[in-house]
Design a protein around this ligand. Structure first.
Ligand code: FAD
Length: 464
């Protein structure tokens, strides 16, 4: 048996783990990162990147298809066709390119990459099943960055026609009839993409509305667009059984009616669960926080010398949170004084239109001990949005009424994901409404809606 030792061992080379390992390597820490899959984790291989590639391809296709039917812009074209095999090959080429990019960055930082499945023997000893046999690694410090996996519904176990987002991103044919169980962001992102590529899509959501984690007015433009794309959304509905050899799904509608939906594929997107089983956590003495590993504000677990980062530590399960935690932990291991002091973690829903949220929503801020001021500016009064033919949506600011400190910014609108950096910067810098108001925003841009929302809160919006 091959034995190795290192100062820092990172289990999992997803966004959390590889960022941690690269930063540790840059700081001169002798680091090994272990992963059973290609580097990049869920995000790069079966999450953020392939889903955004598919969403982009579907968006391009639908734009051309719409122009072929009736374009107010005066564009005419033949009805487009889609070679899905090429779409998938293009998506996969991006994933491969980034896989080797991450591997190259790890190498450049002097990090050793061990390919295999890791198991804890004890808090400082890990066994890795590699293709060439079993390897034992002794480490002074261990970071658990094992991520998460799709949640299965007991009555709809994955297999055959019932798929998770992972299989949805690997489909080689566009399903004729796709039923999406779960109207959260992953289900709606993928459901929208397949609807644009020609699938007949039905979304079933048990809550009274889609995207229940967001304030209702943010999800309304998404619901309108899904309707325009011909997607049927059944809220308050529950999947009850798989019928007819899995070619249909029995459901109970909001009114209690029992009915069934034919389906080529049933995509179950009801959440993700932390990956905490099967690698010897039971041999350790870690405090848990429900299903997640409990951490403090430095990502330390209850065991000395063991950190945990990313999806395995709780919500929000987002790649950039995992990366920020990974970078911080590497610096702590290097002896820097760091703590988790992010006032905001942006969240983006890459639906059509996109939702961007940072900080507190009006409903979250309403429960606090201070009065709030909240105002929004609609894209229908924004010149740039009109030139993009996408006027549905708005940007809203949430601030303290007494000192105008920004507590949150939310927006829903076509292509506004890139505004998330401006939203986050404002909160990170402790901006007040006056700071946004005094910042000259370029014209014509969708970002002017942020400026106008702040002006409106100060009582002098110009364009509304
Ligand atoms: P992961 O990325 O899950 O990586 C964990 C790694 O650990 C994996 O590579 C796994 O193979 C490895 N591993 C696990 N156990 C072991 C073991 N015992 N031994 C060795 N290796 C092990 N987030 C965003 O921020 N933006 C998005 O747009 C976005 N879109 C998404 C779309 C989809 C369809 C999905 C499913 C997720 C999306 N996410 C998005 C979420 C994002 O992918 C995760 O939050 C992120 O990947 C978490 O990073 P992580 O490092 O914690 O874990």
């Amino acid at each position: 048996m091959n034995e190795l030792s290192c100062k820092l061992l990172v289990i999992g080379a997803g966004p959390g783990g590889y960022t941690c390992a690269i930063r540790a390597g840059q700081l001169g820490i002798d680091t090994i990162v272990v992963d059973a899959q290609k580097p990049g984790g869920t995000c790069l291989n079966v999450g953020c990147i392939p889903s955004k590639a598919l969403i982009h391809a579907a968006g391009e296709y639908e734009t051309i298809a719409r122009a072929a039917e009736n374009s107010p812009l005066g564009i005419s074209t033949a009805k487009p066709s889609l070679d899905f095999a090429r779409t998938i090959a293009w998506k996969d080429s991006i994933v491969r390119r980034l896989n080797s990019g991450v591997a190259g960055l790890l190498k450049k930082a002097g990090v050793r990459l061990a390919a295999g499945y890791a198991r804890f023997r004890d808090g400082k000893t890990i066994e890795v099943e590699t293709q060439s046999g079993r390897q034992v690694i002794h480490a002074a410090t261990v970071v658990i960055a094992t991520g998460s996996a799709p949640v299965a519904l007991p009555l709809l176990p994955f297999g055959s026609r019932v798929i998770s987002s992972t299989e949805a991103l690997a489909l080689t044919e566009i399903p004729n009839k796709l039923v999406v169980v779960g109207g959260g962001y992953i289900g709606l992102e993928l459901g929208t993409a397949f609807a644009k590529m020609g699938s007949t899509v039905t979304v079933i959501e048990a809550a009274p509305r889609i995207l229940p984690q967001y304030d209702g007015d943010l999800s309304e433009p998404i619901a309108r667009r899904l309707g325009a794309l011909g997607v049927t959304v059944l809220t308050g509905a529950k999947a009850t059984a798989l019928v007819a050899d899995g070619t249909a799904l029995a459901i109970e509608t909001a009114s209690g009616e029992q009915t069934s939906l034919e389906a080529d594929r049933i995509l179950v997107t009801v959440g993700r669960e932390p990956a905490t089983n099967g690698f010897g956590l039971e041999n350790l003495d870690l405090d848990m926080d429900g299903p997640f590993i409990r951490i403090d504000d430095r990502c330390r677990t209850s065991m000395h010398g063991i950190f945990a980062i990313g999806d395995v530590t709780g919500e929000p399960m987002l790649a950039h949170r995992a990366m920020a935690q990974g970078e911080m932990v590497a610096e702590i291991v290097a002896g820097h004084r760091r703590a988790w002091d992010r006032v905001s973690i942006p969240a983006i829903c890459f639906t059509d239109p996109e939702i961007v949220t940072v900080g507190l929503s009006p409903s979250e801020a309403a429960g606090k001990a201070f009065e709030i001021k909240t105002d929004l500016f609609p894209f229908k009064a924004n010149g740039r949005a009109l030139t993009l033919e996408r006027e549905d949506g708005f940007i809203r600011t949430v601030a303290r009424a007494d000192n105008h400190l920004l507590l949150g910014i939310q927006g829903v609108g076509a292509g506004i994901a890139e505004l998330s950096a401006a939203f986050s910067l404002a909160l990170e810098m402790g901006a007040r409404l006056e700071d946004i108001a005094m910042t000259i925003h370029a014209h014509p841009t969708q970002s002017e809606a942020l400026h106008e929302a702040a002006l409106k809160s100060l009582g002098h919006a110009i364009h509304i």
